[in-house]
Design a protein around this ligand. Sequence first.
Ligand code: SAM
Ligand code: DTB
Ligand code: SF4
Length: 339
Amino acid sequence: MSRVRHDWSFEEVQSLFDLPFNELLFQAQSIHRQHFDPNEVQVSTLLSIKTGACPEDCQYCSQSGHYNTDLEKEKLMEVEKVLHEAQKAKANGASRFCMGAAWKHPSAKDFPHVLAMVKGVKELGLETCMTLGALSEEQTQALAEAGLDYYNHNIDTSREYYKKIISTRSFDDRLNTLSHVRDAGIKVCSGGIVGMGEQAEDRIAFLRELANLPEHPDSVPINNLVKIKGTPLENAEDIEPFDFIRMVAVARILMPYSHVRLSAGREAMNEQMQALCFFAGANSIFYGERLLTTSNPLENEDMALFAKLGIRPEEKNLEQVPAENLFQHTQPYYDANSQ
Ligand code: SAM
Ligand code: DTB
Ligand code: SF4
């Protein structure tokens, strides 16, 4: 089993990115098999419970009130409607229901409704995830008591590049909320976005920052920028597809026990690219025809892809992976360097 490390140097992470592609993918897949069934992918469904008019100025986002993106704004959704959507997601095969709100932080007026949503969705037998912006310690505690399983709060990119993308909050604000979430015993979901014009160094620093957190996030979403008309990033240059796959592989090697999620941007990827991401260690997706405000591959397309690849939706976290799934005849990088 891989030793969990929190002391990765920039150069070590860079040297993983610099490996020949096949070598990198082989190492990532070998580590992946030690901790997960390689033929299972966790499936989450997203719902925007409060859409648009966000006071933050994240340059990638359709929901920021700072840009004109033609998005229809909506108030907080009624609890009953959220539960109805969660029921549909469950019937379609999702195991986790992620609710997102376009807030800087939740208000005192809205917060009781949010707690009711967590309790209701849990009672349906789904795992719950929320992403509501910054949280105080008290709010985090209340969410934990309501039974929230996961909190999504992305660091998005490197500390350096963050300042160029968002001016209304700091990287340290993000880390603070993440520490409240960890301290309250809620599982952390944290990742970011590529394809925002960042340099290779920013991608290295971003993954290094996640891997060197006091605990690795349970889920690490890697989003490929969905370019939104009207935002400053609407014409950002695409990331080279092989570099995206390298991101997934390096995330898998650095955080061997985390679910690495192939998140936004799958519509722009063909089946072969997604298959390579799964081989590189991605083992979670957003499933359902909508992300928050943009579209996602249709459910039947994803099920067809799973069938072609022999992938099953994950039903539970596997403690023990059958021995026949392990490569036993090689000595990959992590053995030599981290044990
Ligand atoms: N407002 C909350 C926050 O920012 O934490 C929660 C919702 S926000 C939409 C959740 C995450 O979605 C962002 O942190 C970002 O990483 C990702 N995201 C937003 N817009 C995106 C886009 N156009 N393409 C890819 N990922 C995006
Ligand atoms: C995450 O990392 N990606 C999801 C989820 N966390 C909340 C959001 C993706 C949003 C994509 C753009 C949109 O649909 O608005
Ligand atoms: Fe608001 Fe979140 Fe969008 Fe930033 S990413 S503008 S905080 S909804």
